[in-house]
Design a protein around this ligand. Structure first.
Ligand SMILES: Cc1cc2nc3c(=O)[nH]c(=O)nc-3n(C[C@H](O)[C@H](O)[C@H](O)COP(=O)(O)OP(=O)(O)OC[C@H]3O[C@@H](n4cnc5c(N)ncnc54)[C@H](O)[C@@H]3O)c2cc1C
Length: 309
């Protein structure tokens, strides 16, 4: 039997595709709570937030929010924007890299198009001494994302990494298939609405899978971004790192802008690498809905803002 928080999560993720919900949230969402999770709608807004986080001793990444682009020209424009983002990061001397989604770069209408666009961004990042992480999206895109990641690495692009999701049954096999690349991976629990045929329905099973993957990745990957706010998994990471004698260059913690900021700072003050994923852009709707679904208590936060007017 799925637990009640899982049911609520599914309800929110399903409601996210309803046109009326979208109209309401598009109109009021930013004011009602979106600002907590999104660093504004423009790059200028984001730069101010990224600088403030860097000054607190936190590393950052940034993402131009958007996904599922359906025109070739639009996908090329997204790649061009990422080139400008990388230039701005360099000019501002920010400790920020880039995380992007392949469906934003055209994956939905062609793997070659997405590959060409991401290779262009990764190449530009290399010239500026920066790094690009390819986020993982719905399970339908996992094969293509892993193929593109492999192709980039085999073409000599070292400054790139991708993401594995613990909730998918397939992920242990995917990890195995990537190990020859000595990959740089981020491990997450998984944020999308997936059927029971592909993903663990119970939170406890997802947490157990995360723990198993974490142990393997800490030892076998060149770097792992432990992307979770789950304190027991963070403590487990530190135990394994100690037991295996891993240097601080082999792993880092990654959290979301607006989520557990106190925990982010306390880990950074203890000397660990903490990266805060800090997206921006006008297309914040699906991102905000995923954040609400992860913790339905966030809905209360939004509703409190509605009542405050
Ligand atoms: C840096 C980063 C990058 C990510 N990239 C991807 C990706 O590429 N693909 C993907 O599918 N998913 C991605 N995710 C999302 C991830 O899959 C989870 O949905 C999300 O991190 C919540 O899971 P958790 O590990 O924090 O654990 P949970 O068990 O969900 O949460 C643990 C605790 O963290 C706090 N918490 C968690 N989420 C929230 C929230 N939204 N608001 C307030 N408190 C919260 C709560 O205190 C909760 O009890 C990413 C997450 C992070 C941190």
């Amino acid at each position: 039997m799925p637990d009640s928080s899982l049911i609520l999560r599914q309800v929110i993720l399903r409601a996210a595709t309803d046109a009326r919900v979208r109209r309401f949230v598009d109109r009021y969402g930013m004011r009602l709570g979106g600002e907590r999770f999104v660093a504004g709608t423009t790059l200028d807004d984001a730069v101010g937030v990224l600088r403030r986080l860097n000054e607190l001793g936190l590393l950052t990444n940034t993402t131009l929010l958007g996904e599922h682009v359906t025109e070739d020209q639009a996908a090329r424009e997204v790649a061009a924007i990422y080139e400008r983002v990388l230039e701005r990061i360099s000019a501002e001397a920010l400790r920020t890299n880039v995380a992007l989604k392949l469906t934003h770069l055209g994956l939905e209408f062609g793997e070659e198009i997405a590959y060409a666009n991401v290779a262009r961004v990764v190449g530009h990042a290399a010239a500026l001494g920066n790094f690009v992480r390819i986020d993982m999206e719905e399970s339908a895109w996992v094969d293509a994302t892993l193929r593109i990641y492999r192709r980039l690495r085999e073409a000599g692009h070292e400054n790139t990494g991708t993401v594995l999701q613990a909730y998918l049954y397939r992920t242990e096999a995917d990890l195995e298939s990537l190990l020859d690349l000595k990959p740089n991976l981020r491990l997450v629990k998984g944020a999308y609405l997936e059927p029971e045929s592909v993903a663990y329905p119970l939170k406890q099973d997802v947490d157990d899978a995360y723990r198993r993957l974490l142990e393997r990745m800490l030892v076998d990957c060149s770097y792992i971004g432990v992307a979770t706010h789950d304190e027991s998994l963070i403590a487990h990471t530190l135990d394994v790192a100690l037991r295996e004698g891993l240097g601080l260059d082999r792993f880092g913690f990654q959290m979301l802008y607006g989520v557990r900021p106190g925990l982010q700072l306390s880990l950074a003050r203890r000397g660990y690498s903490v990266l805060v994923a800090t997206p921006y852009g006008p297309e914040w709707y699906p991102y905000l809905m995923r954040r609400l679904a992860e913790r339905p208590a966030n809905l209360l936060f939004v509703l409190r803002n509605v009542l405050k007017g």
